[in-house]
Design a binder for this molecule. Sequence first.
Ligand SMILES: NC(=O)c1ccc[n+]([C@@H]2O[C@H](COP(=O)([O-])OP(=O)(O)OC[C@H]3O[C@@H](n4cnc5c(N)ncnc54)[C@H](OP(=O)(O)O)[C@@H]3O)[C@@H](O)[C@H]2O)c1
Length: 245
Amino acid sequence: MKNKIVLVTGATSGIGRATAILLAERGAKVIVAARREQMGQEVVEEIAAKGGEAVYLKMDVNSEESIREGIHWIVDKYGRLDAAVNNAGIVRIPTSLIDTEIKDLEEVFQTNVIGVFASMKNEIQHMLQTGGGAIVNVSSINGLRSMAKSGPYSSSKFAAQALTQSAALEFANQNIRINAVAPGPTTTEITAGLEPSIIKHLTDIIPMNRMGDSEEIAKGIVFLLSDESSFTTGATLVMDGGFTA
Ligand SMILES: NC(=O)c1ccc[n+]([C@@H]2O[C@H](COP(=O)([O-])OP(=O)(O)OC[C@H]3O[C@@H](n4cnc5c(N)ncnc54)[C@H](OP(=O)(O)O)[C@@H]3O)[C@@H](O)[C@H]2O)c1
């Protein structure tokens, strides 16, 4: 990843943060994008303290204007965008379909589907002008198998899978590779809010009997961004401790 210009959305915490740190360790110039500025600056400082290079970019993936302006800023500053991780995402606690408000579905789709779509659209427009690139969308095992009471989240991740494959097919012969990762339950801010009984249930049903670490997911993402996966596009790398097996 040496000297590659890489955007990571949702890089203030969890999987995005771990990915930004690993990318910088591998020599990339990382754009740490998300809404919480102080946390973004802390990630940048952590990367700098380890000798890496990163910059914080305030970006709200719920706004296409914010995405467009942010990516223009990157291209103005660095001259190109080599790779992107569309990781920003939200979940909702499991809720019965009959108690789920339409606005909950809309909010989850706004970030997890429209946010990914708008990010890919603006990233690919620039990648086409500079000869190619690589994109990883952070999906979920819920984008491969649904679960009771998780309609909004699960359907948003199924949609993210479809967006990934459609874009991968369209740009496969233009040197832009587009893949997804599908993490299983992973210890991050998202899971920190879950009841201990839910965490216990999750670890019980995962064959490895533990949750994943953000750093483990980051390694899969970096593999898919790197030339190590040069013949891989439209694929989903499942990292779930054996759950979907
Ligand atoms: N943790 C898991 O078990 C798990 C499993 C499978 C898939 N995933 C997926 O992994 C991705 C990362 O989640 P995580 O577990 O690392 O959770 P997290 O620690 O809560 O991180 C979510 C990140 O998304 C950012 N974000 C949310 N809404 C945004 C918006 N509108 N604009 C820009 N950034 C936004 C947040 O930053 P700001 O609030 O600063 O904007 C934060 O950095 C998500 O797509 C999630 O669905 C997680």
